[in-house]
Design a protein around this ligand. Structure first.
Ligand code: C5P
Length: 281
């Protein structure tokens, strides 16, 4: 048994997100195709008799390390102790699962640190208690997501497409975006569980959308400006907001176009968060 483990918490991207009816528990039924990026937060967990959390990195300031932090909630739910160090590379409350990805990584890391025999099962049980996006982040693999986020089916054949992530620096609380939601496409699609390559994926995505994009743009018009700028970049094939925003993504065929787009946008907006990455396999 090792005294410490390191876990990666990759950014989650909703390639599409359709919202259905509001359920009796107050959450909306969703459908989403979720993938992960090659950028993310990093956690290091050390064995300890008491649990603690220290946060550093570019977005440490925007984050409360107190009891409400989802990483600490994960530790409480697993009834396991660890000294946890979180390097916060992803913007906070930004639609790419930062807090959820960190909590899911903490669940994985705790089970590994303490060599829990049924750790995977415990992590899966605890995940929905922490938040709707946590279950998909436990495996961090491409998935067709339904329910409030807890019904997951693996998706095969996702191409490692170059992708640019852009966050214009506004924090967009999920509940506020859902409250402003007017038009819903409904959660009625037949699941698509494999893709034949970039053209197949793009054709499917073009027939879908993110229902939370319009309400988020209504609340924070800079998201609309972000999408306009991304879609104007050479080689941008599809641009959309992820989750409840404000991070937007652009899919590209060529890595060099994605790199170029990221450089152009970062130069024009020094205070935005911009990364060229890929759909992780
Ligand atoms: O589960 P999570 O903490 O991410 O949800 C934040 C808020 O977003 C919920 O309180 C709810 O208002 C809204 N939500 C929803 N339906 C979902 C997921 C989130 O209405 N499937």
């Amino acid at each position: 048994m090792s005294d410490s483990v390191r876990v990666f918490a990759p950014a989650k991207i909703n390639l599409f997100l359709h919202v259905g009816d509001r359920r009796a528990d107050g959450f909306h039924a969703l459908q989403s195709l979720v993938v992960f990026a090659e950028v993310g937060d990093e956690l290091e967990l050390r064995r300890s008799a008491t649990t603690s959390l220290s946060i550093q990195g570019p977005f440490a300031e925007g984050l409360d390390g107190g009891d409400d932090n989802l990483v600490l909630k994960a530790a409480r739910l697993m009834s396991l102790e660890a000294a946890i160090s979180l390097t916060k590379n992803l913007p906070v409350a930004s639609g790419i699962g930062g807090g959820s990805a960190d909590a899911a990584a903490a669940l994985r890391g705790l089970a590994q640190l303490w060599s829990l025999k049924d750790g995977e099962r415990l992590a899966r049980l605890a995940a929905p208690e922490i938040g709707s996006d946590v279950p998909v982040c436990v495996d961090s693999k491409p998935a067709w997501m339904e329910g409030r986020g807890e019904i997951l089916t693996p998706v095969a054949g996702l191409p490692a497409m170059p992708m640019v992530l852009v966050n214009p620096g506004v924090s967009t609380p999920t509940a506020k975006v859902f409250r402003a939601l007017q038009r819903r496409r409904g959660a009625t699609l037949a699941p698509v569980l494999s893709f034949g390559g970039p053209d197949d994926l793009l054709a499917f995505l073009r027939a879908t959308g993110n229902d939370l994009e319009a309400p988020a743009i209504g609340l924070w018009p800079v998201i609309g400006e972000t999408l306009t700028l991304l879609s104007a970049q050479r080689g941008a094939l599809l641009t959309r907001m992820s989750g409840s925003g404000a991070t937007c993504f652009g899919l590209f065929e060529r890595g060099e176009d994605a790199e170029r787009a990221a450089n152009v946008i970062a130069l024009a907006h020094a205070d935005w968060w911009v990364r060229a990455t890929r759909i992780a396999q």
